[in-house]
Design a protein around this ligand. Structure first.
Ligand SMILES: [Zn+2]
Length: 478
């Protein structure tokens, strides 16, 4: 019997172990999509307790606790930090075979050096030990990024965001560099979802006003909206932004005319509810504009599509969005995705693109879609994004990489990202690298890949772990 989570965790063959320990393990991390709070980075936030760090906003854990019958009071309610942690610790053994069991223990080991298993009887000592460590400067927001050797982080930011915290942090990086310390580069990423959310006219109008305020301009027509978005896009670029990200249910690729879109914009600003058809046309127009702006700037566009959000109305009223009531949707996306990409390609405006599906039933569809639009000189110009959200676990990662391997080029894959709100999620890169090395190592041992090509195979592991992302995104000052 193998030990639980020892140094060769997930590495089932000697070749896999060698690949991981000699090639992948020590490479820096490029976390090109996450939801960390830039304010916490700029202020080098100190966490008050392990409860804040682990349970403050992690809806994966909240879902598990609810599934285990824990009262909401101990999840998002007003129970004390200790009480919430205790309920989480009691839930932990019931999470066996859920990825949370691995994430939690990996985080305990790699961040806190705690090798004990979390359960009801170890809860108190682990709670106290983590909290004691969190008082040390190494465990601040930036301390944790340094511990995990994070080279670049891309946050997720609205066009109306001033990026003041990115600027404050960048100013400090100068100090960091002059004293020859390693420092994580924190760059903004462009997430303009709200600029196409016309389905709620009141919220949309308020958003357009805020966007105009940030840009120092009044937005009263559709053309002015596009101008202001371009102005903000240029500003983001000047702050080092090289990626956009779009959270969409489906790809919007309806036919429309310019006149129609201008009228829909006016209608919504007048507070009138657009029809479903008008909403889709407007989204289709904006999604194309976003894509053109990215192509002109040489950025990479990311599309996270397919979730079905806020399914529980009662809990949505109580807690709002992103609280653990989302699941995998079943949309018929292949045709609209193809139409969207084809339109841009026809115009010569198809930027580097990463497609993330939440429904693993779409894996093969997406993996084959890439090939329709690949072209030189960028290797892997169109990417199949790493296992996302519910697929961000061993089985999901393997399925994504297997689909990409057989239907595209795994060797050109830009690899893993955390997509996380937590500073403790970096071990997911380690987990991914172990999974990758295990797949490739097994193939070598089985004679499916040639051992005499080992130098190439080693480079491929280093590329997927780090170098492909570094080359593909072309971050400033690299
Ligand atoms: Zn995300």
């Amino acid at each position: 019997m193998k030990a639980f989570m020892d140094k060769d965790f997930l590495l089932q063959t000697e070749t896999a172990q060698k690949l991981f320990h000699e090639q992948a393990e020590h490479l820096p991390i490029i976390d090109y999509h996450c939801h960390l709070n830039p304010k916490e980075i700029a202020e080098d936030h100190r966490f008050s307790s392990i409860t804040e760090l682990w349970l403050g906003g992690d809806h994966y854990k909240w879902r598990a606790m609810r599934s285990n019958g824990v009262d909401e009071k101990y999840i998002t309610g007003n129970a004390s930090d200790w009480e919430k942690f205790q309920k989480w610790a009691e839930t932990m053994p019931y999470c066996m075979r859920n990825p949370l069991y691995h994430w939690t223990h990996l985080e305990l080991r790699t961040a806190f050096g705690i090798n004990k298993l979390l359960n009801a009887s170890t809860a108190r000592e682990i709670f106290d030990e983590c909290n004691e460590k969190l008082k040390q400067p190494d465990f601040s927001a930036r301390g944790l990024m340094k511990r995990y050797n994070v080279e670049v982080v891309c946050t997720t930011d609205d066009p109306a965001d001033t990026l003041e915290y990115h600027q404050a942090y960048t100013a400090e990086i100068v100090n960091c560099k002059s004293s020859n310390r390693k420092c994580t580069k924190v760059l903004p990423a462009w997430r303009p979802d709200k600029a196409m959310a016309v389905e709620n006219p009141a919220a949309y109008k308020a958003y357009i006003e805020k966007l105009g305020e940030t840009a120092g301009r009044n937005i009263s027509t559709y053309d002015e909206l596009i101008d202001v978005l371009q102005q903000r896009h240029d500003f983001f670029a000047s702050q080092g932004c090289r990626l956009s990200d779009h959270g969409i249910n489906e790809f919007y690729a309806e036919d429309f005319t310019e006149t129609e879109i201008k009228q829909i914009f006016q209608k919504v600003l007048e507070g009138k509810q657009p029809t479903a058809d008008e909403v889709n046309k407007f989204r289709s127009a904006l999604l194309l504009e976003f894509a053109r702006q990215d192509a002109k700037a040489g950025w990479t566009q990311q599309f996270h599509y397919g979730p079905m959000r806020n399914n529980n109305t009662r809990m949505f009223r109580q807690l709002g969005p992103d609280t653990g009531y989302d699941s995998i949707g079943t949309f018929n996306t292949a045709q609209s995705m193809s139409r969207f990409l084809d339109k841009l390609d026809s115009e010569g405006m198809l930027a580097k693109t990463i497609l993330y599906c939440i429904n693993p039933a779409d894996n093969e569809m997406v993996a084959t879609m890439l090939g329709n639009f690949q072209e030189g000189p960028t290797p892997g110009k169109i990417q199949f994004g790493s296992g996302w959200w519910f697929n961000d676990q061993l089985d999901g990662m393997e399925r994504q990489m297997n689909a990409l391997s057989v239907l595209g080029l795994l060797s050109r894959f830009v690899g893993m990202l955390t997509d996380s709100r937590s500073f403790l999620s970096y071990p997911r890169h380690e987990y991914f690298r172990r999974c990758l090395c295990n797949l490739i190592g097994q193939d070598v041992e089985d004679g499916k890949l040639p051992a005499e090509e080992m130098p190439f195979i080693e480079q491929m592991v280093r590329d997927i772990s780090y170098y492909n992302a570094k080359r593909y995104f072309n971050f400033p000052n690299d």
